[in-house]
Design a protein around this ligand. Sequence first.
Ligand code: KG4
Ligand code: ZN
Length: 380
Amino acid sequence: MVLVLGIESSCDETAAALVDGERRIVAQRIASQDDAHRPYGGVVPEIAARAHAERIAPLIAAVLADAGLELGDVDAIAATAGPGLIGGVMVGLVTAKALAMASDKPLIAVNHLEGHALSPRLADPALQFPYLLLLVSGGHCQVLRVEGVGQYRRLATTIDDALGEAFDKTAKILGLGFPGGPAVERLAREGNPKAVPLPRPLLGSAEPHFSFAGLKSAALRAKQAMDGAGASTSSARAGVVTKPNPARPEPVEGPALSPPSYTDADIAAAFQQAALDCVIDRTRRALTESGGLTALVVAGGVAANQTIRGGLEALAAEFGLPFVAPPLALCTDNAAMIAWAGQERLAQNNFAPDPLDIAARPRWPLDPDAAPVRGAGVKA
Ligand code: KG4
Ligand code: ZN
């Protein structure tokens, strides 16, 4: 039985896993760095790189021990070689190179996005090519036609923020802490999505792409409006007497603006609904333009979101396609998907190990032929 060791270190999870050719995750461990980054409200690349360097060797040793195996029992070593935070990627890739060299086993340099793109096939043996993949993570929001291992055609991407990034920023606006996506989803359950009107950027647009920056900014303005109005009403309700401030002129009496009467939960729910509407509209467009598909598939961290999953499931049904979403633990960053991508590569007729001098890549588009899109800060 072919056994691949996978290593993942492109963002803030240090992870190692052993996956065999029968799709069994023989052992896996994930060391999250959430606590180290929480005070900063986001991932700090330098802290991430140092944490990966401290944790990666003991983590790999622990995964081998969990399986009762040694490095010599492994057939190949797969590691994320990009895209991602370059310090972390280098730690994982250099570790994989050292292990490959010491054990004389093939090195497989995996594109992190390819790990996400193929992860649904680890969970579902029946999933065949070509499928339409919505890849939604902290750094990416893309629709890809997955035609085979190493064959990815990008049909759409974001012209500004990634979807997970928009979730994280909205969480920050609402003071929900880090990581933000799951917190926004939890709070949204208590809110009314119709209570706050938010825009749906590029909905119905002739171009295929996504945009979330305007939605996030609208969520910020809604929060500011709510806090502005809420502060005065709550102090009035509590009977607080405020001293006149000479630096600030007394407000001129005029027609009263009705204060927004929504809550943080309403903003979270409205944001999530607007994001979902955009995702469905853009994915529907891609499905309409792309024929011969076997399934609609979602992967990446935001695929853990139940509302997004539910919307996509209904969309797949509209097109008569099966809907495939990996289990939650395979959606967020993990090393089992990297080991599985290694298995898929090994199974190719023309498999060749990667050279030991292969470079880590901070940017590494899955579809190198995809045309550049308009807009600043474009994610590859
Ligand atoms: O794939 P991933 O673990 O890392 C990257 O490669 O980026 O994705 C992380 C992203 C974060 O932005 C996180 O907030 C988001 O996925 N995320 C979610 C949920 N769980 C994770 N977003 C919305 N709802 C969730 N339940
Ligand atoms: Zn990822």
